[in-house]
Design a binder for this molecule. Structure first.
Ligand code: AMP
Ligand code: ZN
Length: 492
């Protein structure tokens, strides 16, 4: 039986501001959309916090046995310098400053993003669509919104009519803002704008002569508004109504509010059942952000090359640090905090490695099923990773007592203990055992060296030595295989 059938998962829904029992649209399947990076610069650790949390959500849903389609987009056009539809496209600006093609900017930072995520042991999403790959669909959606009476064209640009939409819908359903507040918070129009109301937002912008990222459309050569791509791509790949939509809290308004409005006026449905928002990673008590220069890059932590760090830290230590906080709380980054996490992480990994030394006996003096249930309860309670980590440390305590023979455990319970530890630490939290990785890299080096010495021996026709190397390695469980491309090996 799939685990999801025996686990009642609850999710804090930012839309209703309550924890709700998770019931997917289609039993056994989950559709999840997370707003991806705007690839005009390297993703900073704040961005990584958000993506890492959703990586863990993805991992836990898979662990529970759901078939998950996880869509995380790449924003490669349309995201302007500010949220009020003004300024240059972020990617075009970078391209202009560096005198390269916008698509070179996109390629560079997409590759960097993927490299970082792979170093930090992320699972790839099921689909990673790009905004520029969906211009045709975006134009189609704008046509539909105009037809339904919720958008208007002015001088080649098309704007969403928030006032018209708000008559029968609630523009503010997610963020809690009302239109009056929005008017108040938006810069008053200076007569230069084409918008009927300051809170209207762009679906299509006519490109001026300097704007090189442009596509033909019924209204002008131009480019789509930033909010549109997510409505288009989530509908295309997950349907008009899907399960989970995620992103950082700073995307609630205007981005996600606009997404709801766009999708709803096309389909008539609220597009998302569970909205999830992560809180911010702080540095020096302020939001980590590219625009203010208050950030640290994930690669800098791996090399230690940033003056705020006392030393380098492994990706798993950073992951552990991020998982020690609840995703809905702010988290303060510091070198000291990483050092504390490193101690905890090492303790956890040592205990996991020492599970092999536990000898089972006829009865259990420890309550393994109760402990396992607590681990699931923590994750079922809105993915409460810090509580899970606390239970994993109860597991550490138990392992140490079992190892020292202060407690006893049956063979069956020992299997549950090992499986549960491995499942939560590796599969769900996505941690790696760095020490194990390091030592297996060393073993690889030693075997490669012996292969080279054996090759030299054969070249010198020293068959006795070459056979000795092969046979003694085989006795240790290392099988050498000679092929046309050289010698390879397998370790049993
Ligand atoms: P961007 O590339 O700016 O669109 O951001 C990508 C994701 O990172 C979005 O979901 C943002 O909400 C999120 N994000 C940005 N800054 C932070 C931060 N300091 N802490 C956590 N998440 C962040
Ligand atoms: Zn988005």
């Amino acid at each position: 039986m799939e685990l999801y059938k025996e686990n009642e998962l609850k999710i804090y829904n930012s839309l209703t501001k309550t924890k709700e029992v998770f019931t997917p649209v289609n039993e056994g399947y989950v559709g999840m959309y997370v707003c991806g990076p705007t690839v005009y610069s390297n993703a900073h650790l704040g961005n990584i916090r958000t993506f890492m949390f959703f990586d863990v959500v993805f991992r836990y849903l898979l662990h529970l046995g759901y078939k998950v389609r996880y869509v995380r987009n790449i924003t490669d056009a349309g995201h302007l310098e500010n949220d009020a539809d003004e300024g240059e496209d972020r990617i075009a600006k970078k391209a202009r400053l560096e005198q390269i093609e916008p698509m070179e900017v996109v390629q560079r930072y997409t590759v960097d993003f993927h490299n970082v995520l792979s170093k930090y042991n992320f699972l790839p999403p099921s689909i990673e669509p790009t905004a520029t790959g969906h211009i045709v669909e975006q134009i189609e959606m704008i046509k539909e919104i105009i037809e339904k009476g919720f958008a208007y064209e002015v001088n080649g640009s098309v704007y969403f009519d928030v006032v018209a939409y708000n008559k029968d819908n609630n523009y503010g359903i997610l963020s809690g803002r009302n239109i009056e507040d929005a008017i108040h918070n938006t810069r008053t129009l200076d007569g230069q704008s084409d918008k009927k109301n300051p809170q209207d937002f762009a679906l299509w912008k006519k490109a001026d002569d300097r704007h090189i990222m442009r596509w033909p459309s019924p209204w002008s050569d131009g480019f789509p508004g930033w909010h549109l791509e997510c409505s288009v791509m989530s509908t295309k790949y997950l349907g008009e109504k899907f399960d989970i939509h995620g992103g950082g809290m700073d995307l609630k308004f205007p981005h996600h509010e606009c997404e709801i409005a766009q999708s709803k006026c096309c389909s008539g449905k609220d597009p998302v059942n569970y909205w999830m928002h992560t809180n911010m990673l702080l540095l020096n008590s302020q939001k980590m952000a590219k625009s203010t220069g208050n950030f640290i890059l994930p690669n800098e932590i791996l090399t230690g090359e940033n003056k705020i760090l006392s030393k380098a830290f492994s990706a798993s230590v950073v992951r552990f640090f991020i998982m020690q906080a609840n995703y809905r709380s702010i988290l303060d980054f510091s070198s000291d905090a990483l050092e504390a996490s490193e101690k905890g992480y090492n303790k956890l990994m040592e205990a996991i490695s020492s599970m092999e030394q536990i000898v089972s006996s006829g009865s259990s003096s420890v309550d393994i099923s109760g402990w396992r249930a607590k681990c699931y309860d923590a994750m079922n309670d809105d993915f409460n990773t810090p509580i899970l980590v606390a239970h994993l440390f109860d597991g550490v305590k138990m392992i140490n007592q079992l190892k020292d023979k202060k407690e006893t455990i049956t063979k069956e319970d020992l299997t549950i203990l090992k499986d549960t530890m491995n499942a939560f630490v590796y599969d769900v939290l996505g941690l790696l055992n760095d020490a194990k990785e390091e030592s297996s890299a060393k073993i690889d080096g030693v075997v490669e060296l012996l292969i080279k010495l054996r090759k030299d021996a054969r070249e010198n026709k020293d068959w006795a030595l070459s056979d000795q190397i092969r046979d003694e390695l085989a006795e240790l469980g290392v099988q050498l295989k000679d092929g046309r491309e050289g010698t390879t090996y397998t370790i049993n």
